[in-house]
Design a protein around this ligand. Structure first.
Ligand code: PAF
Length: 284
């Protein structure tokens, strides 16, 4: 496995590689990332991973400084999973002096996480576009856990004609239901128990859906009721169209239910798709 730190080195590697499957990450890799890397390895000639904690997607009060970093363990995992190349750029490599261009995504990026974290998706789109331009993959793999990010990146990729297949992969969960996230590292034992309220609430809505319930207001209320407990500070519950992320006012055959809450020191997000699989979610 090649570990490279400059765009020039990536381009030299790329010239000798076939169809590249790419997994962009911010490191602190977990089983969710591992599933993305395994899929890239299985579906492409070679798999490339990037590890870069991207400062432009963090707000001034976000956790950029404390975001978990463990390059040594991350590289060992990538090697074990069969990645061919890992790109670990510095901040200067990605944002050299004079860097001034930012990518402004459309309406999708203003809802939910975009409303809670102004500018977040400008940072995500800018760094992902830079990484796509450097790595030039055939396909790129993103987790359903950050469903809005997946949709924003799919839309940007379509609009800017990158010609890259952006593949959504199912959320990987701990046995009790907590969605895998690098930010779970912030949770104390009791926070972990409280954090289960998020997945429990989404599964409860899923059970209603399986029983035939299609009224978005009923689904929304069930999630709110199950997630609301003393040590979970709920930020939002959304029952939305999976393509536009607009709130649903009436029954629909496909929905995404998203939730965001603060638990202990962590801000957590999670979602479920009902009536469709993330695999089938394309640019739309
Ligand atoms: O999902 C992430 O880890 C990041 O938002 C990404 C896509 C690597 C961009 O920095």
């Amino acid at each position: 496995m090649k570990v490279v730190r400059t765009a020039t080195e990536v381009r030299a590697w790329r010239a000798r590689s076939g169809r590249v499957g790419f997994v962009p990450t911010m490191g602190a890799l977990h089983a969710g990332h591992a599933a993305l890397i395994e899929r890239a390895v299985a579906e492409c000639d070679v798999a490339a991973v990037s590890i870069f904690v991207n400062p432009t997607q963090f707000g001034p009060h976000d956790d950029f400084r404390s975001y978990p970093r463990n390059e040594f363990a991350d590289l060992a995992l990538c090697e074990r999973l069969g990645a061919a190349m890992v790109f670990v750029p510095s901040e200067d490599e990605m944002y050299p002096a004079g860097d001034a261009t930012r990518i402004q995504p459309g309406a999708l990026a203003l809802l939910l996480e975009g409303a809670a974290r102004p500018g977040h998706f400008v940072g995500v789109c800018t760094v992902v576009a830079k990484l796509f331009a450097i790595v030039r993959p055939e396909a790129a793999y993103f987790g359903q856990k950050d469903f809005q990010q997946l949709r924003v990146v799919q839309t940007m990729t379509r609009d800017l004609r990158f010609g890259i297949r952006v593949v959504g992969c199912p959320t990987v969960r701990e046995p009790e239901g907590l969605a895998m996230s690098s930010r779970n590292a912030y949770l104390e034992a009791e926070d972990r128990r409280n954090a289960l309220a998020l997945s429990r609430a989404l599964f409860a809505a899923g059970d209603l859906w399986s029983g035939g319930e299609r009224d978005p207001a009923v689904l929304r209320d069930r999630v709110k009721k199950v997630v609301s407990q003393p040590d979970v500070a709920l930020e939002y519950v959304s029952v939305a169209d999976p393509y536009t992320l607009e709130e649903l006012r009436g029954p629909a055959g496909q929905v995404v239910i998203s939730v965001a809450a603060r638990v202990g020191k962590a801000r957590l997000i999670d979602n479920v798709l009902l009536g469709l699989d993330v695999d089938g979610v394309g640019p739309g």
